[in-house]
Design a binder for this molecule. Structure first.
Ligand code: F6P
Ligand code: MN
Length: 315
């Protein structure tokens, strides 16, 4: 995987060159490039934002920042004129938008500005993208060909996979995405954990799993932004992120199509795993764009342990 590229990492390898050397198919390469460039425009919007609420709610009843809406509009416009995208589904829109002629093969999903409520505190936020070929309903394992996220933090980074490993790029001062980590690999077992949901709302089996991690001395790392929290597990090469089923919301909080599938794709490509406790996230069938599900994602050891604890009640 990625052989032949490593020799070049001592030079400055930019995103386009990396994808070309890795043999990513031409249209997909151009699409990923276009989305990465769009990240720069979104970042510019973040910088010029006044951080005021737009006074709207999205389809999930969450307050939308003006930034959420403009990030969505920027992405949609850019994809519309790429010529490669048939349909666009966004967490900020209540239905799938047809943006192509109907002949294009790619379907793109977006969480345009994940964690936007953290903007006022100046914590990292991000954009999450899934790229599907032919359809976005069905199992991600059958439809997904690529995924990426962009992190807007002290640095702007972009992590992508087109099914040939997971790679990180940093946006440099010249505005180029330069390779910073090729073929990110998770250790079998890590030492950090990131826990969504309130302890009082957790199920007894999830609580027992968390107590196990605490007894084992895992360090708590949770920012409340899905992108930086997942990024932390990937870049530190191990650990686990969970957003579990809650007593009152058995499907958890995070959305399968916009948030979980892209991260599961990236994590599996880095040698990690992602499950809802019973099946791999990539094997869950998408039937509704707003579908939510619990998630345990990260190193194989911790995800396997989570499965053991959850199985105790499932069988
Ligand atoms: O998109 C939803 C989101 O903001 C994620 O970025 C994050 O992981 C999660 O919600 C945080 O949820 P909570 O506020 O319940 O910890
Ligand atoms: Mn989100």
């Amino acid at each position: 995987m990625g052989e032949g590229i490593s020799d070049y990492t001592k030079f400055c390898v930019d995103l386009r060159r990396h994808m070309w050397m890795a043999g990513v198919e031409t249209e997909l390469r151009r699409l990923i490039w276009q989305i990465a460039v769009t990240g720069k425009y979104i970042s510019a919007k973040i910088h010029e934002s006044n951080r005021k609420l737009a006074g709207f709610k999205n389809i999930f009843g969450e307050e939308q920042l003006a930034l959420d809406k403009s990030s969505d509009a920027i992405l949609k416009n850019q994809l519309q004129f790429s010529g490669f995208v048939r349909e666009y589904a966004s967490e900020e829109q209540d239905q799938i938008v047809q943006i192509g002629t109907g002949a294009e093969k790619y379907f793109v999903t977006a969480d345009p500005l994940d964690g936007s409520s953290l903007v006022d505190t100046n914590l990292a936020i991000g954009t999450i993208i899934g790229i599907h070929n032919g359809a976005m309903y069905g199992k991600g394992r059958d439809t997904m060909v690529a995924a990426l996220y962009i992190t807007y933090g002290p640095l702007i980074t972009m992590v992508y996979s087109a099914g040939k490993g997971t790679h990180e790029f940093v946006l440099n001062r010249e505005g180029e995405y330069v390779l910073s980590q090729e073929n990110i690999r998770l250790k079998e077992k890590g030492d950090i954990y990131s826990l969504g949901g309130l302890r009082k709302d957790w199920t007894p089996e999830h609580l027992r799993f968390v107590e196990y991690l605490e007894d084992e001395g895992y360090k708590l790392r949770y920012s409340g932004g899905f992108v930086p929290d997942i990024n932390q597990v990937l870049i530190k090469n191990g650990g686990i992120f969970t957003y579990p089923a809650l007593k009152k919301s058995p499907h958890g909080k995070l959305r399968l199509l916009f948030e979980l599938l892209p991260m599961a794709f990236l994590m599996e490509q880095a040698g990690g795993e992602a499950t809802d406790g019973k099946q791999a996230i990539l094997d869950i069938s998408v039937e509704d764009i707003g579908q939510r599900c619990p998630i345990y994602i990260g190193s194989r050891f911790e995800v396997g342990k989570a499965r053991e604890f959850l199985e105790e009640v499932q069988t």
